[in-house]
Structure formats: C-alpha cells, structure tokens
Design a protein around this ligand. Structure first.
Ligand code: CO8
Length: 257
C-alpha cells in the first residue's frame, strides 16, 4: 500500500482498514484528504481480492468536517468547485464494488458525517457524535448531506439536524437509523472487522451484485429496479450460485475461489 500523508490503509486478508489520520485537526477533510482518497479509490476499485472496506478515524474524531481554515476565504465559485470535488470522491466511494463500513469512533460532523453517510452502513462507538453544524457557520452541507440524510433517515429528522445544527449522540443516531449498531469504544473496530469478514465469507459476485442492484434501484422507479434485479438474479447461475446451492445440498461450506 502506498504511503499517504493523511490516509493510513491497512490490508487485513480480504478486508481493508482505512484510518483517517490528521488528529491534530480532528481529521478535518482538506484538499490533501480528497486527492489522497481519490487516488486510494482508484487503486482499490478494480481489485477483485478486496471484499470489504472499513473507514475509521484516528483519535477522538471520525472527521470533524470539511477544513474550515481552507474554506474561509473561498469565493462562491471556489465553494462550488470544492463541493463538486468532494461530491465526486464520495460518490466514487459509495459505488465501490464491495461494501464500505464506517466505524465511527468519535465526532462525525459536517463533511465527516457526509463521509460516514457515503459508506454503505455505519457502526458507532458509544462516544460518537453526529451533526450537520454547517448552519452554525452560515453554510450548508456540500458533500451531499442534504440528499443522503433524508434518504437514510427521514425528512423530519434530516431537517431537524440540518436546520438546528444540533449535535446528537450515538443512541439518538441509532433511533433515527442513521447508524445500524452501537458498540463500546474499545470493541468498535473488532465489530467492524467481524461484519466485514462475514461479508468476505459470502459469495463475492453475489455481494457485489446485491450492493449494485440495491443502490441503483433506489435511483429508479420500482418496476425498473425489479427489472434490474431480475437481470442480475441470473448472473450467478451456472457459476458462483451453482457452487453455493450445491454446497448447501451437500451440507458443506461453499468454495468461492
Ligand atoms: N476544520 C478545520 N479545523 C478543525 C475543524 C474543522 N472542521 N474541526 C476542528 N478543527 C481543529 C480546531 O481548529 C483545533 O485546531 P487548533 O488546535 O489548531 O486550534 C483542533 O482541530 C482541535 O479542535 P478543538 O480544539 O475545537 O477541539 P474540541 O474538542 O474543543 O472541540 C469540536 C471539538 C466540537 C468538534 C470542534 O472542533 C468543532 O466544533 N469543530 C468544527 C465542527 C464543524 O463545524 N464542522 C463542520 C465544518 S463545515 C463542513 O463540514 C461543510 C461540509 C461541506 C463542505 C462543502 C465544500 C464547500
């Protein structure tokens, strides 16, 4: 794995652990982060050996937002450009052909919460804090927070967080289904690893397809989504699906590769 300034990638068998490491600034997301993330995504996007990615933060933050110091003097057009770059990188992240799990260890604020929302699901430490405090700075979210939050939770909870900038704890985030699970702080990474390894033990083509169909289907009309599912349902037959079903009938573990 390449050496980065802010990102610390670690391969652990079939899963990857990516740590955002800029703890002195609470892992605030600056342009170096986005260019490293963009590069990192390019290096892993076509690697068939990777079955899941976990993203976490070093220190007391997951990421405390976009880098305010970097944005303070931007013009409206520079702001738009900064937003476009971040949106593109987070979209590429969400479209990776394997699941991406956010292991939220601490503050996930503003752009940090948007990063967590670009992942496929979220596990939170009991110490994690979530919020979209942009309005506190006279700003709005720029990495698709206004779009992902109401889709992941609901319109009212999203507008509560987006208009008040209020920071919520992990229990409240669980109640609004922003996170799927809470762990003790010291158990967070091992729980994320357990889930990632569970994914890695399943049929690799099936995991890839089920993510793609589910995510793409959400952008479509129901009947079009059904057609997409139908089409890809056929893909594993005769190969991975044949092995998985045969293994079940023979009461043995499937051999995927
Ligand atoms: N940007 C830059 N630096 C930051 C950020 C940030 N978002 N967050 C924290 N830091 C820095 C602090 O400035 C401080 O630096 P220094 O030690 O040099 O003074 C260091 O990290 C430690 O922070 P604190 O001393 O403030 O730590 P506390 O434990 O006292 O407080 C908080 C923690 C409550 C998380 C506090 O740091 C805070 O409120 N941070 C800002 C949170 C915030 O408003 N985030 C939203 C940012 S805006 C955003 O994300 C918009 C996204 C869309 C952008 C679209 C592109 C245009």
């Amino acid at each position: 794995m390449m050496d980065y300034t802010i990102l610390k990638p670690l391969a652990e068998g079939k899963i990857l652990l990516l740590t955002i490491s800029r703890p002195a600034a609470l892992n605030a997301l600056n342009s170096v982060f986005f260019s490293e993330m963009d590069h990192f995504i390019s290096t892993i996007a076509d690697n068939r050996d990777i079955r899941a990615l976990i993203i976490t933060g070093e220190g007391k933050a997951f990421a405390a937002g976009a880098d305010i110091a970097e944005m303070v003097n931007m013009s409206p057009d520079e702001g738009r450009k900064f937003s476009a770059v971040g949106q593109a990188v987070f979209n590429r992240l969400s479209l990776l052909p394997f699941p991406v799990i956010a292991a939220v260890n601490g503050f996930a604020l503003g752009g940090g919460m948007e990063l967590a929302m670009a992942c496929d699901f979220r596990i939170a430490s009991s110490l994690a804090k979530f919020g979209q405090p942009e309005v506190n700075l006279g700003l709005i979210p720029g990495y698709a927070g206004t779009q992902r939050l109401p889709r992941l939770t609901n319109l009212a909870d999203a507008l509560w967080l987006l208009t008040t900038g209020e920071v919520i704890d992990a229990t409240t985030a669980l109640q609004m289904r922003l996170v799927q699970k809470i762990t003790e702080p010291e158990a967070l990474l091992n729980e994320a690893r357990r889930i990632a390894n569970l994914i890695a033990s399943r049929g690799p083509l099936a995991v890839k397809l089920v993510k793609e169909v589910t995510r793409k289907g959400l952008e479509m009309r129901f009947s079009e989504g059904e057609k997409l599912e139908q089409q890809h349902f056929g893909d594993p037959f005769g190969n991975e699906g044949a092995e998985g079903m045969k293994a079940f009938l023979e009461k043995r573990k499937a051999v995927w590769d």
